[in-house]
Design a protein around this ligand. Structure first.
Ligand code: TMP
Ligand code: ZN
Length: 407
């Protein structure tokens, strides 16, 4: 029997995605036969409302010296994190000698804004390569997994934090209780924790099954975040929703009864209740819709291939690993995928898909009839950048939330 990682009660498995590789493990040809696969099965815990994967690979297999995701590949994201830093800096203006900690600081896309203002800060990331990039930007960085022990060391060296930022990271961590306990030890009594992750509500609304992969072993909701932080006497006092990654929620969390709970939190609670976010039937419906999307996408690509159409892809996000492997789409259907991450270019998509990734600056010169936009969440930015494609009669295929062809 499997147990929930948040509340440790037995958990109900409702969907199997089959064998999956590690989503961000874009590979060279010589590694095709040496890949790591795991059974990707999704479960839902009725006791604490947490959506999670039943089993995941060991953290070191996912987060190591070769982590492929670089946050700074999108200008839109840079702007997004710079805006958050402005808000934080403004809120800290009356604090004496404030200290900002980021857990999962990646290539420093957020903390560079704090560092530039000469505010005390520390970025922690488990992946060495991204930590080195942060350091090269002048960001005080620590290459480590964050847990209670790391928290104690930070408190001893720097003192407690006024703000702890942990965005797109809460879903990576198997021992999530250890991390939240560590956060509560590291946080000043009147401090704020800011987390931001893909929202379960939006994943359900958008059938965004490609949010699910081992590095996203949980898809959080207000209900589950409140349960988790509640265990350590903390609560969500404010929430902001945005359209990033197909829909994220940003939670503002403080120690119990320190901050007034906003109306937005109450409204979001009601929306989650209306969506029946705590009912297993909701997840069975999701599974049925996702299985239809899988059939539709695969048969569309087969049909185009039969008509000798050249199909390529744009964006090789971790999400594309789930789509490609779950829908059984490989190099025979999609010639290549264009991406602007140095960590991915000239490598191949993992698992059985094995599609070559090329520099997106070659997209304009490469002839193709259809392009699957795997980075569908960056549709605006990418379609604007590649507006010639439609003019040249190229067509975009959008795989999520519903199969759509843009001509
Ligand atoms: P993300 O959805 O996880 O942010 O990943 C988006 C992927 O798409 C990432 O591998 C970078 C790539 N990308 C491009 O190649 N060109 C672009 O203009 C953008 C915005 C992203
Ligand atoms: Zn639970």
């Amino acid at each position: 029997m499997s147990r929930c990682r948040v509340c440790f009660k037995p958990i109900k498995k409702f969907m199997s995605f089959g064998k999956m590789p590690i989503a961000n493990s874009f590979i060279k040809k010589d590694k095709f036969k040496k890949q790591y696969f795991y059974d990707m099965e999704a479960g839902f815990c009725k006791s604490c409302s947490t959506f999670q994967l039943i089993k995941v690979p060991k953290a070191k297999l996912m987060f190591n010296e070769k982590y492929a995701y670089l946050a700074s590949t999108s200008n839109f994201m840079k702007k997004h994190w710079s805006n958050l830093s402005k808000k934080i800096i403004n809120n800290l203006k009356n604090n004496k000698n404030p200290f900002v900690v980021e857990i999962g600081s990646n290539d420093g896309i957020f903390l560079e804004n704090i560092a530039k203002k000469k505010i005390n800060h520390l970025g922690i990331d488990a992946s060495k390569n991204v930590c080195e990039i942060s350091k090269s930007k002048g960001i005080n960085s620590l290459n480590a997994f964050f847990n209670e022990k790391t928290a104690r060391k930070i408190v001893a060296k720097y003192g407690k934090a006024d703000v702890i930022v942990c965005t797109n990271t809460m879903h990576h961590i198997e021992d999530i209780n250890g991390v939240v306990k560590g956060m509560s030890d590291l946080l000043k009594d009147k401090g704020t924790i800011i987390t931001e992750d893909p929202s379960l509500k939006e994943m359900l609304n958008k059938n965004a099954y490609d949010q699910i992969y081992a590095e996203h072993m949980y898809i959080w909701s207000l209900s589950s975040i409140n349960f988790l932080f509640g265990k350590y006497k903390m609560e969500v006092y404010d929430i902001e929703n945005n359209k990033l990654h197909g829909g994220c929620s940003r939670y503002f969390i403080a120690k119990n009864n320190v901050k007034k709970i906003t109306k937005k939190v109450q409204v979001h609670k009601i929306l989650e209740k209306k969506l029946k976010i705590n009912k297993l039937s909701t997840y069975i419906n999701f599974k049925n819709k996702v299985n239809s999307l899988k059939k539709e996408l695969k048969s569309k690509l087969i049909q185009l291939k039969k008509r000798n159409k050249i199909i390529v892809g744009y964006g090789a996000p971790a999400k594309s690993t789930t789509i490609l492997n779950f829908c059984n789409i490989d190099y025979k259907l999609i010639d290549k995928i264009f991406d602007n991450s140095n960590t991915k270019i000239n490598k191949y998509t993992p698992g059985k898909s094995l599609i070559k990734i090329e520099n997106s600056d070659k997209f304009k010169k490469t002839k193709s009839d259809y392009c699957v936009l795997f980075a569908w969440n960056h549709q605006k930015e990418i379609l604007a950048k590649e507006k010639n494609y439609l003019e040249k009669n190229g067509k975009w295929i959008i795989p999520v939330p519903s199969l759509k062809v843009i001509k």
